[in-house]
Design a protein around this ligand. Structure first.
Ligand SMILES: [Zn+2]
Length: 195
């Protein structure tokens, strides 16, 4: 008798439990589905407002593009310092610990840019917020296997990217450019000659 009562109680409990699971489960799964859908939606949402490379109206010239920030540094001579005076501008990328110095020497008819990279590091997360997918892919393939990965050359006239590599020679309509790597000082030297 005791066993029978126990079995009835146990059976009843099982039925109640099954009913509860039947009613509760769909809402739990539904919530999960919504959550994952929202996450997916968020990750697919376009985070780039305006691509720093191709969607800005840059004057058509050659630039040094800081990969991690999207900042462009012009190599053309905006002004000629008087002979004997020197103009130096620069930038520093904290993530890759890269320093850039652009030297405009009144005694020379060319401009020199020097890049010294502390560590090979670019942030994909950051890049996704400043470049469109097309430019992001192009930049990543441009820096692949290069000594300098924190900067690339960017030609705004035809929106092309070039690696800053030892021995590189480029020529545009109004410039000639060559790159040499100073191994002893771990410094990439870019000589920009206006034509
Ligand atoms: Zn772009």
């Amino acid at each position: 008798m005791k066993n029978l009562l126990y079995n009835i109680c146990f059976g009843a409990c099982l039925i109640v439990l099954t009913i509860c699971i039947f009613f509760i489960s769909p809402s739990v799964y539904k919530d999960d589905a919504q959550t994952s859908k929202q996450t997916e939606k968020t990750s697919n949402a376009p985070v780039v407002v305006q691509c720093r490379a191709c969607q800005f109206d840059h004057p058509p010239q050659i630039y040094l593009l800081a990969v991690n920030t999207g900042n462009l540094y012009s190599l053309s001579r905006d002004f000629s310092p008087s002979p004997g005076s020197l103009s130096i501008s620069g930038a520093y990328d904290d993530l890759s610990k890269t320093s850039l110095n652009i030297v405009n020497d009144g005694k020379q008819d060319y401009i020199m840019a020097y890049l010294r990279q502390g560590r090979d590091m670019v942030s994909l997360k950051r890049m996704k917020t400043i470049y469109c997918t097309d430019c992001l892919d192009k930049i990543l393939s441009t820096i692949d296997g290069q000594t300098i990965t924190s900067f690339v050359l960017f030609s705004a006239s035809d929106e092309t990217f070039s690696p800053i590599s030892d021995g590189l020679q480029m020529q545009g309509e109004d410039y000639a450019l060559n790159v040499n790597y100073d191994v002893n000082n771990n410094k990439m030297q870019i000589e920009y000659n206006p034509i």
